[in-house]
Design a protein around this ligand. Structure first.
Ligand SMILES: Cc1cc2nc3c(=O)[nH]c(=O)nc-3n(C[C@H](O)[C@H](O)[C@H](O)COP(=O)(O)O)c2cc1C
Length: 193
């Protein structure tokens, strides 16, 4: 079974990201072609990047327990869905820090995006696609962008229900189908090399 990690990039105390990730997890859990796992960056705190050897050159050797745990976690996935807000037209610093701590663990794996914000997190997602290429990942075209028409009511709701984001289900279905295709193809390819 393909292992897909949903990376929750916002670590803020009152984050909308938790709601978007809950919806994505609910929908992905319904599929029988993947096994989804929520990876909340808040639960995997790392120091600001201070590694002596860049992960691209260090292979799977780690200087400390926190880095080893984080790297070991993401190493276990066949693909990723990054759920990201947009902060000042970029993506959260915590996400960049987490990505900078790994390299080979992510290589030759697909990554898709669920963005949210005034323009659906589109600028943050575009930047992340560039970062993904440098990490030798396969960033996918199909994405979900949660725009203010759905974001604001879902953000303000005292009791959030994942059904509030149901209008985006077709977009997530397309993303998931594409992610499964790439994750399966690259899993096979990785096993052959
Ligand atoms: C520091 C900061 C910068 C922001 N900059 C943008 C921005 O450039 N574009 C945008 O659409 N929303 C921006 N927002 C609004 C966020 O999209 C909105 O607060 C969202 O809920 C943040 O996600 P989170 O609650 O999961 O952390 C910004 C919010 C913060 C806190």
């Amino acid at each position: 079974m393909l292992r897909i990690q949903v990376l929750l990039a916002s670590t803020r105390s009152k984050r909308f990201g938790e709601r978007a990730a809950a919806w994505a997890m609910d929908r992905l859990d319904r599929r029988d072609d993947l096994r989804a796992e929520l990876v909340d960056l808040r639960e995997h705190p790392l120091p600001l990047y201070d590694l002596a050897v860049a992960p691209a050159h260090a292979g799977r050797t780690y200087p400390d327990d926190a880095t080893a745990a984080w790297a070991g976690l993401v190493d276990g996935a066949d693909g990723y869905v990054v759920v990201t807000p947009e902060y000042n037209h970029g993506y959260p610093a915590a996400l960049k820090n987490a990505l900078d701590h790994v390299s080979v663990e992510l290589q030759r794996k697909p990554v898709a995006f669920v963005g949210y914000g005034g323009v659906g997190g589109a600028r943050a997602v575009e930047q992340l696609r560039q970062v993904a290429v440098e990490l030798e990942m396969a960033p996918l075209r199909h994405a979900v962008h949660v725009l203010p028409d759905l974001l604001v009511p879902a953000l303000k709701a005292a009791a959030f229900d994942v059904e509030m984001l149901a209008p985006l289900d077709p977009k997530l279905d397309r993303l998931a189908a594409d992610l499964v295709w790439w994750a399966s193809a690259l899993q096979t390819a990785r096993a052959g090399t």
